[in-house]
Design a protein around this ligand. Structure first.
Ligand SMILES: Nc1ncnc2c1ncn2[C@@H]1O[C@H](COP(=O)(O)OP(=O)(O)O)[C@@H](O)[C@H]1O
Ligand code: SF4
Ligand SMILES: [Mg+2]
Length: 324
């Protein structure tokens, strides 16, 4: 495994108490593989990624347990200067909001070039040539001219391509893309997602694709890990999930995918809201919203049951769910 997160726990101290944002998350991704991490807003997807990247806000955040094993080393044991060397060069992150991640007063060429002057000791001229090459790679038309422009002169989709170029610059082994297309129009979303998938194959990278939208991952992901209230509730190869979910929450997400033939109808099939993380319900955290819930669900927390060699579900009644 390129990256293996093992039993990760993260808490936040807030005025209302301790928010348990990540409660024993384990997932892994190999070189050349795409893992989609799926779940509603607030399920702990970004916090897990931030802990992996070493960019978690601490305080208020605190990692209270677990390991982040990357290329054989537990990153949580590294000193900050060693950690910094891993970041950018070996693993990079793409965020939802390119405009606030890019520097508004530097041209795109200077920002891309900086990756090579600072990290690779290249001359400005060579770095500029590399910047143009990268912009070509992420299919920005007229790269030679546009390299002199500022971020605000690009459309949202093009800016997201620049973010992807920044992440790719040092050819990292792993990229974490956190809702990379959420802010974009649907057609542009698909283009950016295709680009990301192509580059992932070309560079044989590991890719962790975080999204709240199951609709965007079908064609690009190998595996899906579904998060709820800071836990993985289902983990499986993407085709298994689409064929038949083994967790009622995954089923709800599948039924929430917008479909063109149902335009205008209620899209969201899961009733209720995710729990307050300072007061996660006992038993199965999903029980207040679950159509299959019964007494045992209110008291006994489901472990991640082994559904198959490559699939797990944290539902006491996963068989029933699989059978529809
Ligand atoms: N900086 C922060 N301060 C306090 N609580 C935070 C902070 N960041 C995240 N959290 C808590 O962690 C939860 C999970 O956040 P996050 O991982 O960002 O969710 P998502 O799945 O939408 O990416 C939030 O709902 C919030 O309770
Ligand atoms: S354990 Fe019970 S409440 Fe939780 S998802 Fe399964 S059936 Fe629903
Ligand atoms: Mg998030």
């Amino acid at each position: 495994m390129l990256l293996e997160v093992r039993d990760l726990h993260v808490e936040f101290r807030t005025r209302d108490g301790v928010a348990k944002a990540v409660n024993g998350v384990s997932y892994g991704v190999d070189a050349g593989e795409t893992l989609a991490v799926l779940g509603e807003s607030g399920s702990g997807k970004s916090v897990t990624a931030q802990a992996v990247m070493g960019i978690l806000d601490m305080p208020p955040g605190r990692i209270t347990g677990g390991e982040v094993v990357f290329r054989g080393r537990d990153l949580l044991q590294l000193k900050e200067d060693e950690r910094r060397k891993v970041r950018g060069a070996e693993m990079a992150m793409i965020f939802q909001d390119a405009l606030s991640s890019l520097n508004p007063v530097l041209t795109v060429g200077d920002q891309l070039g900086e990756m090579f002057t600072v990290h690779r000791g290249m001359s400005r001229k060579d770095a500029r040539a590399k910047a143009v090459e990268l912009m070509d790679r992420v299919r920005i038309p007229a790269a030679r001219e546009r390299v002199k422009q500022y971020p605000h002169q690009f459309s949202g989709g093009m800016r997201q391509r620049i973010m992807i170029a920044m992440a790719l610059a040092l050819e990292p082994a792993l990229i974490i893309a956190d809702e990379p297309t959420t802010a974009l129009d649907v057609t542009v979303q698909a283009q950016v997602m295709d680009l990301l998938a192509d580059l992932q194959r070309e560079y044989h990278m590991g890719l962790i694709l975080i999204t709240h939208d199951l609709g965007v991952v079908a064609d690009v992901a190998d595996r899906i890990a579904v998060m709820y209230a800071g836990r993985i509730v289902e983990s499986a190869p993407v085709h298994d999930i689409y064929k038949a979910p083994a967790h009622p929450y995954t089923r709800g997400l599948l039924e929430s995918i917008p479909r063109l033939d149902l335009k205008g109808r209620e899209l969201y099939a899961i009733k209720g809201l995710p729990p307050n993380l300072t007061q996660i319900p006992p038993g199965c955290a999903f029980h207040p919203r679950c159509p299959l819930a019964r007494d045992v669900c209110r008291t006994d927390e489901p472990p991640l049951y082994e559904v198959s060699a490559t699939r797990g579900s944290a539902c006491h009644f996963w068989r029933e769910c699989l059978d529809g």
